[in-house]
Design a protein. Structure first.
Ligand SMILES: [Zn+2]
Length: 391
């Protein structure tokens, strides 16, 4: 066992590492007129606690110049366009859900993947911007914006990252000295909610001791699905879905995560804010009433609390200035006023305020509403607006 105080496991932050294997690489360096062979030694280690495998060595700028000569390309992915199609399919329903996509591709190479997204019929009309972040990009496609980003120096160079709401990081994280610092930076730097699709080689699908093809010092981190999940969730990301699979010889961990401000609010904060939140919704309903007929979607606990909060709400329900929508309770009556099914009101109302507070319920209401035919602009999720104001 090697107790190395300088090097921490990026997953569990412990410093007890076990030596596994030595990797030697060499490359020509041109010194004056002469070629000189430069040799470097790297050592694979495994974290004693979480079993994460990492490569330890002199990862200085000079070493990176040796490891990434000008003509270096990520061969494993570039030669397999099927993987890009598969990634788009994996993300498709989430991409389609966002009306104004601000895309970012971290480590997007020459922009091949972004280019593929830009020509996809299913959501290309939704794309507002698309940026490829790459360290010293070489060939730049003309229709794509490239930004030079030093991933291993993210605290210094990260200020150039623009706002995004859907990001990709495909076979990049394993090349970073400190993947935790990078993900943490993205999480904190971007104040909005966003999706992040991560893909890395799967440590579980390659034989770490016998495989030669995927073990080289360019790959500093060797992830398992469990450890990738632990890393992202300990930063605060919410896991949407993840799976391992091999595509044309590439062992892949596919993982879609999300930063969701509401998912990270603690129960204590929530309880402190609950009254404020109800007052906020009550005010929103009352001010909406003065302008037009509105409807409240969801006849449940939250509606009951809002009604208790202000007598004007009950009056407006009785006078049908507020229409109530609920798929399950449709056809029943509250205070003598009919509860509508969503379909009955398509085209007849100009504002829908969602009342349930649970995130999955809110999402499914929005999805149903749009599917049935309500324009998304008239659907108001007061909880998101409220969080935006207080966070
Ligand atoms: Zn560890």
């Amino acid at each position: 066992m090697n107790k190395n105080i300088n090097i921490q496991c990026p997953i569990c932050l412990n410093s007890e590492l076990r030596y596994l294997h030595t990797i030697n690489v060499s490359a020509w360096a041109i010194i004056g007129q002469n070629l000189e062979r430069q040799e470097k030694e790297f050592k694979l280690h495994e974290c004693v606690h979480c079993k994460h495998v990492m490569c330890i060595g002199d990862y200085s700028e000079k070493t990176f110049d040796i490891l990434y000569p000008e003509n270096f390309k990520s061969v494993a992915i570039k030669k397999r366009p099927d993987i890009y199609d598969n990634i788009i399919e994996y993300n498709l329903s989430f991409l389609q859900d966002i009306p104004k996509l601000l895309l970012a591709d971290f480590g997007g190479g020459e922009g091949d993947f972004i280019n593929k997204l830009l020509t996809n019929n299913f959501f290309q009309k939704n794309i507002q911007s698309a940026i490829v972040y790459e360290k010293h990009p070489l060939t730049k496609k003309k229709n794509i914006k490239f930004i030079d980003l030093d991933f291993n120096n993210i605290k210094k160079s990260g200020s150039i990252i623009s706002e995004f709401n859907y990001a990709f990081c495909i076979h990049t994280l394993e090349h970073l000295i400190n993947p935790r610092e990078f993900l943490n930076f993205l999480f904190k730097k971007n104040k909005n909610n966003f999706y992040l699709y991560l893909e890395v080689p799967s440590n579980e699908l390659i034989d770490i001791k016998n495989s030669v093809t995927l073990i080289y010092p360019q790959h500093i981190q060797y992830f398992s699905l469990k450890n990738l999940f632990f890393l992202t969730s300990s930063i605060g990301f919410e896991l949407i879905k993840a799976e391992c699979e091999e595509t044309e010889g590439v062992p892949r961990i596919k993982c879609l995560i999300r930063k969701d401000n509401r998912a990270n609010i603690s129960i204590k904060e929530y309880l402190n804010n609950k009254d404020d939140l109800r007052n906020y919704i009550t005010k929103m309903v009352l001010s909406g009433l003065s302008q037009r007929k509105i409807s409240l979607w969801g006849v449940g606990n939250e509606l009951y609390e809002i009604i208790k909060n202000h007598e004007g709400i009950k009056k407006a329900i009785i006078s049908e200035d507020i229409l109530l929508i609920d798929s399950k309770l449709a056809g029943k009556y509250l205070y003598g006023t009919k509860i509508y099914s969503p379909k009955e009101l398509v085209g007849k109302i100009s504002k829908i305020i969602i009342t349930p507070m649970e995130l999955p319920t809110i999402r499914s209401i929005i999805r149903d509403a749009v599917r049935i035919g309500f324009p998304s602009e008239i659907i108001v999720d007061p909880y998101t607006l409220y969080r935006k104001e207080i966070l």
